[in-house]
Design a protein around this ligand. Structure first.
Ligand SMILES: Nc1nc2c(ncn2[C@@H]2O[C@H](COP(=O)(O)OP(=O)(O)O)[C@@H](O)[C@H]2O)c(=O)[nH]1
Ligand SMILES: [Mg+2]
Length: 196
């Protein structure tokens, strides 16, 4: 999809505040700081549509962006990247599972993993399990690939695949929001789910 006009729509704190709309949704999920907002900006070709590196607390919101009034990108809350308390994980899990459960508009979930962490965390595994169990289309995206050499990226993609026991037909999309490498390929992947 070539995006002409992307705009911020609204923020919700819980699933109750989600916008009334029938547009299909592509959701971006992963821990705080993994690069969700930066990836949304890179995909729509805007520097600062989704705020990146935002203050703590701001990352708790479910943020909606409209792309040409054809599709919604949904920036989901992340969970802490330092030490995560059980109660924080519980709140995060509740918001995400509620969203997954009440939102038939959700068409595709992008699960973002930092390419440097070859062993994804509990939250990442939970996201994958929820998507698989709910039967939601999902894609795995490895972020910040500019931080590693090509050899290291390929090596870590292999380890991530193994550690998550990913089905063979599930691709991992390596990207960098910084260098824009992999962004066109990721769009092709997203389009292949949406244009059917
Ligand atoms: N080098 C590099 N840094 C990135 C990339 N994507 C995001 N970042 C940085 O990682 C931090 C967190 O990014 P952000 O998009 O806010 O993550 P979010 O919390 O998941 O929305 C910011 O300082 C970004 O500039 C990338 O592809 N390469
Ligand atoms: Mg963010």
């Amino acid at each position: 999809m070539k995006v002409k006009n992307a705009r911020f729509v609204t923020s919700a704190i819980t699933a109750k505040g989600l916008p009334e709309s029938n547009l299909l949704e592509v959701a971006f999920a992963g821990r705080s700081n993994v690069g969700k907002s930066s990836l949304i900006n890179a995909l729509v070709g805007r520097k600062n549509l989704a705020r990146s590196g935002s203050r703590q607390g701001m990352t708790r919101l479910i943020n909606y962006f409209s792309l040409d009034d054809e599709i919604h990108f949904v920036d989901l809350p992340g969970y802490g990247y330092a030490k995560v308390s059980k109660s924080e994980m519980d709140v995060w899990g509740k918001v995400i599972t509620e969203y997954l459960n009440v939102r038939p508009q959700l068409y595709l979930m992008l699960i973002l993993l930092d390419v440097r962490r070859e062993n994804p965390g509990d939250g990442d595994r939970m996201l994958l399990n929820w998507a698989q169990n709910a039967g939601i289309n999902y894609m795995i995206v490895a972020t910040k690939c500019d931080k590693l050499s090509r050899v290291q990226v390929n090596n870590n993609l292999r380890l991530i695949r193994k550690n998550l026991s990913l089905p063979e037909d599930v691709k991992i999309y390596p990207v960098s929001a910084e260098s824009r490498s992999g962004i066109d390929e990721l769009w092709d992947g997203i389009d292949s789910f949406i244009v059917e």
